[in-house]
Ligand binder design. Structure first.
Ligand code: GLN
Length: 557
């Protein structure tokens, strides 16, 4: 489709953000990736996070949002979730960089004596390491899209802007492009969009030697021509490269909007990648991304789901989960209305909220805080035949709840909450992907030491899980320290009504458990939400939404 041979040409797209945070740089970068794929290019997505943590694994979901888990077990920034969901590619640890990691690398080299006695400086040592990260593995793809975390002007971000300035010089403009995402506030009293914050943000970039090539302007309305003229003139950017990034009702409507606004066309024009058949690209974008439109904006039915968790005040803390539920809705042509229930609410408030929903989901989490509320929701779902999905901690608590309330074993608990009692959830050995036995301890490191990443699971034929997955094996991503203690308490779980319908490859650790006398009560030790995409909704979420939508359950009065 393209007139210029594209193989082996490294093209780098840098995505920076200005004016303020939360403008959706991750979505913008993902959308660029998806649109380039629609043009037949292969892409790789990388993220450079200026914070000093080595990875976000130790950061609180309350403050920073979800920790996304990659296939290889890398604990990464939540933007990787958007990258994977929008483009269908699988990212890996080598795509994620933080200042902490860069310094770790540089300091290790310094200790080894690699720098031969020179003093170590931000320029060139840190910036060289950043450039090495950006360019590594570029041969395998047409485009490497690099999102720079934070907002232009942040102190932590300076070495990154400097590195991309250097790369633009070294590789030339024909190989690099800077896409700057900014915000145009609409001032009601003046009745107009204001360009000044964007002008300042671009000036800031220019003062660091970087001229943005494309301006993506987040705005609540289409940019009028005179605003584009103004931005073009003051920001030194060609007018067709001043692009409206309209607010959207759903993130999945954004790629088509960006395409119509000319984003991918202008990127290709910058690189001299002339397309002979723009109509074909238009059609492809319309048939793929446009196909989601109907079930997102005008679905046939709606279903109300309660998510009972601890981090409900910050929606980003459950972003992959939210998206997986939305995907489950898309698969069933249903709108998913999520009621976020704080597990620390009083019991009567929780119960009255639970009585209004068709499905209950207890997500992953850490520590004992809020577990009483989660177990109350689990008990309610179990006793009232309400569609239930438990994820990771959600499964562990479902097992504890049944041991306590069905079998009367009051002491049933997890080692995470108590050192004593009937430890039905405990530290267990597991075979790591490196084929060695691993066992966690109470005083081990907190960072990067959980059962992380993708593990295989064997599914029992004839189980509900089998019906859902339509397979006898699967693999899902994990992120947890504790396991269901099948070794010691198999008979308890059996007596409580559970079937182990998914088991680890070594046959020791339950991966999926389900209640036998319930229409849909499924718990998984893994995090299926990380693998769901709008075009391939995850089977568990698809089945969960379907069961919730069709099950006529009794209500508490
Ligand atoms: N806190 C539990 C564990 O570490 C569950 C973790 C989770 O839900 N991701 O095992």
């Amino acid at each position: 489709m393209f007139s210029q041979a594209k193989a082996h040409m490294p093209y780098f797209i840098f995505v920076t953000g200005g004016v303020m945070s939360s403008l959706g740089k991750g979505i913008a970068a993902s959308s660029i990736g998806a649109l380039l794929q629609a043009r037949g290019f292969s892409i790789r997505m990388k993220k450079l996070d200026p914070y000093i943590n080595v990875d976000p694994g130790t950061m609180s979901p309350f403050k920073h949002g979800e920790v996304f888990v990659m296939e290889d077990g890398c604990e990464a920034d939540l933007d990787f979730g958007h990258y994977e969901r929008f483009t269908g590619i699988t990212c890996s640890a080598s795509d994620s960089m933080t200042t902490g990691k860069i310094y770790e690398t540089v300091l290790n080299k310094e200790r080894r004596g690699d720098y031969l006695g020179s003093d170590i400086q931000v320029i060139p040592h840190i910036t060289t390491e950043i450039k090495n990260f950006i360019t590594a593995g570029h041969e395998a793809v047409d485009f490497t899209i690099c999102e720079i975390g934070g907002t232009v002007g942040d102190i932590e971000g300076l070495p990154y802007i400097e590195a991309l300035r250097q790369l633009s010089i070294e590789l030339g403009k024909s190989r690099t492009i800077c896409v700057h995402l900014t915000f145009l506030p609409f001032v009601k009293t003046a009745g107009e969009l204001k360009t000044k914050p964007t002008q300042h943000s671009v000036k800031l970039l220019q003062s660091m030697g970087v001229q943005p090539d494309i301006l993506m302007c987040r705005s609540e309305c289409e940019l009028p021509d005179e605003i584009k003229d103004k931005l073009s003139m003051f920001c030194n950017i060609e007018k067709p490269n001043v692009i409206t990034a309209l607010d959207a009702d759903s993130i999945y409507l954004i790629p088509e909007q960006h395409h119509i606004a000319g984003l991918d066309r202008q990127i290709c024009t910058h690189f001299g990648l002339r397309c002979d058949d723009e109509d074909k690209v238009d059609n492809l974008v319309k048939t793929t991304w446009g196909s989601l439109k109907k079930s997102i904006t005008n679905p046939k039915s709606s279903v109300r789901i309660a998510v009972v968790g601890k981090y409900t005040k910050l929606k980003d803390a459950y972003i992959s989960l939210t998206q997986a539920l939305i995907h489950g809705g898309i698969a069933n042509d249903a709108k998913v209305e999520i009621d976020w229930l704080d597990s620390e609410w009083p019991a009567d408030e929780l119960l009255s909220s639970l009585s209004k929903v068709s499905g209950i989901l207890v997500p992953g989490g850490f520590s004992s805080r809020g577990t009483a509320g989660k177990m109350l929701a689990i008990k309610y779902a179990r006793e009232n035949n309400v569609t239930f999905l438990g994820i990771c901690l959600g499964l562990q608590l479902a097992v504890i709840e049944a041991c306590r309330n069905v079998l009367g074993i009051e002491t049933a608990t997890s080692r995470e909450f108590s050192e004593e009692g009937t430890l039905v959830v405990d530290f267990m050995e597991w075979w790591s992907s490196g084929a060695s036995i691993e066992l966690r301890t109470m005083d081990g490191d907190k960072g990067g030491t959980m059962r992380l990443g993708s593990y295989r699971c064997h599914i029992t034929e004839g189980s509900l899980a089998h019906k859902i997955y339509e397979a006898t094996t699967t693999s899902e991503r994990h992120r947890h320290r504790y396991e269901i203690n099948l070794k010691e308490y198999r008979d308890l779980f059996d007596r409580a009504g559970f079937a182990v319908s998914g088991i680890s490859a070594d046959g020791l650790l339950p991966e999926i458990m389900e209640l036998k006398d319930h229409h849909f009560f499924v718990g998984t030790q893994a995090h299926p939400e990380f693998k769901s995409t709008p075009f391939a909704p995850h089977p568990l979420f698809k089945a969960f939404i379907k069961a919730a939508a069709t099950n006529n359950q009794p209500k508490l009065t």
